[in-house]
Design a binder for this molecule. Structure first.
Ligand code: APR
Length: 265
């Protein structure tokens, strides 16, 4: 790909990649916080930054969580109609396939170079690409979650004749797994993210503007504990100033280049 070679010929990027690879070789527990930028190269628009849907159209209303709590059956009826109608964003997710960045993260996991991925993305592309050590802090668009016991199941297996659907384990109400604005992050996911940030001896941020909490806390928490921080993003973010290594390139180019460097003994 012409873009790949020209970017990797860029001395600054090549130096940053070598520095990142050197840190990863010495790490025993590298953790990555991933954002929408990783899936941008799969055709899923980002929220913020150049070309982001919210950059273009402004932020959406954030009353979904209140709506669901007031009227779960009504929320499900709306969600089903909305899914039928689709939207650019949800249709892009349904059409998307993993890109070279997703596969490179899976390779790094299989090579023992990446201990965990904390993803803010709900598109399931890490799993499709082969990553297994993943925590989806904002949920997964293709799953439902019980509001009582937290059990998750695949949306496609749920009977939507009677709304709202109920958990077969405990009878609790099922909600889609995607975390809505105002909704608490599921405790199991949040606990795992903090556990990973506290164990990390190296932290990477990949394709995230790092402006949404608690996700944006984790790189800072790891950095405060002495873990070096690597940023992979074509644009500056609020974490750039504290990053030890900044790879100013798209994830779909930077991550495979990192894998190639780490394959060389
Ligand atoms: N490779 C790497 N980074 C990229 C690429 C790319 N090819 N393209 C864009 N980016 C960067 C942008 O520069 C930006 O910094 O990805 C980042 C995307 O930022 P956001 O759109 O804010 O996405 P994210 O950080 O994941 O948002 C966090 O906010 O809207 C909520 O719940 C939503 O999970 C989301 C959370």
């Amino acid at each position: 790909m012409p873009q790949t070679t020209s970017l990797l010929d860029n001395a600054e990027i090549a130096t940053a990649l070598r520095a990142a690879a050197s840190l990863m070789r010495r790490s025993y527990h590298a953790v990555a916080l991933v954002g929408a930028g990783l899936s941008a190269e799969s055709g899923i628009p980002t929220y913020r930054g150049t070309g982001g849907i919210w950059t273009k159209f402004g932020e959406p209303t954030i009353d979904g969580w209140d709506f669901f709590q007031d009227d779960p059956a009504g929320w499900w009826r709306y969600a089903i109609e909305h899914k039928v109608g689709g939207s650019d964003f949800t249709d892009a997710i349904d059409r998307a396939a993993p890109n070279a960045g997703h596969y490179a993260l899976a390779d790094l996991e299989h090579m023992g170079r990446l201990a965990h991925v904390i993803t803010q993305n709900i598109d399931n592309l890490h799993q499709v690409a082969g990553s297994r050590l993943v925590t989806e802090i904002h949920g997964n668009r293709f799953k439902v979650r019980c509001m009582e016991c937290g059990a998750r199941d695949r949306l496609e297996t749920i009977d939507l004749e009677r709304l709202p659907p109920h958990c077969p384990e405990c009878g609790g109400v099922y909600k889609n797994d995607t975390v809505m604005f105002g909704e608490p992050i599921p405790k199991d996911a949040l606990d795992e993210c903090y556990r990973q940030a506290l164990q990390a001896d190296l932290f990477l941020t990949v394709g995230t503007s790092a402006v949404v909490y608690p996700a944006a806390d984790f790189p800072v928490l790891a950095k405060r504990r002495g873990a070096p921080l690597i940023e992979i993003n074509p644009e500056e973010t609020g974490l750039t100033d504290i990053a030890d290594v900044v790879i100013r390139a798209p994830a779909g180019i930077a991550l495979p280049a990192l894998v190639d460097l780490l394959l060389v003994p």
